[in-house]
Design a protein around this ligand. Structure first.
Ligand SMILES: [Mg+2]
Length: 127
C-alpha cells in the first residue's frame, strides 16, 4: 500500500494537464477544505479557471469530502460545475469506490488530491 503522495504541490492549480497525461490520470477526486478552498472558505478564481480548463481537456473532476457542512461543499461543487459527496468517511474505501463507479475510470487512472495524507492520499486499493 502506498502511504505517501506521488507529488507534493502548493496549490491545486499547479496540477497541469501535462502532469496528468504523463501519469495517465483521467480523473481527479478532490478534497475541499484547504484544497479547493482556503481556511476562510474562499474559492479563488484561479481554482475555478483551473477546474474549467481541466474539464475542457476531458479530465473528470469529483469532490469527496468528509465534512458534515453540505452547504459548503455544494457551493464549491456548483461553482466548479462538478459532482460531489460529503460525509465521505475518508479514508474508508466506500466513498472512493462509489466515486470510482461514477467516474467510470480504473483506480490507476484516478488521482486523489487533498491536504491530509491519512485521509485523502492513502490509496484505497493495495498495490
Ligand atoms: Mg482537507
Amino acid at each position: 500500500m502506498i502511504l505517501y503522495p506521488k507529488a507534493y504541490l502548493e496549490k491545486v492549480e499547479q496540477i497541469t494537464i501535462e502532469f496528468l497525461q504523463k501519469n495517465k490520470i483521467k480523473a481527479l477526486i478532490l478534497d475541499v477544505d484547504n484544497t479547493l478552498i482556503d481556511c476562510n472558505r474562499n474559492l479563488s478564481n484561479k481554482v475555478v479557471e483551473w477546474a474549467k480548463n481541466l474539464k475542457q481537456q476531458g479530465v473528470k473532476l469529483y469532490i469527496l469530502s468528509n465534512t458534515n457542512h453540505k452547504d459548503k461543499v455544494e457551493e464549491v461543487a456548483k461553482a466548479l460545475d462538478i459532482g460531489y459527496q460529503n460525509l465521505a468517511k475518508k479514508p474508508f474505501k466506500s466513498g472512493f469506490l462509489k466515486v470510482e463507479k461514477i467516474l467510470k475510470e480504473k483506480p490507476e487512472n484516478i488521482g486523489v488530491v487533498g491536504d491530509q495524507i491519512f485521509t485523502d492520499v492513502i490509496r484505497w486499493k493495495s498495490l
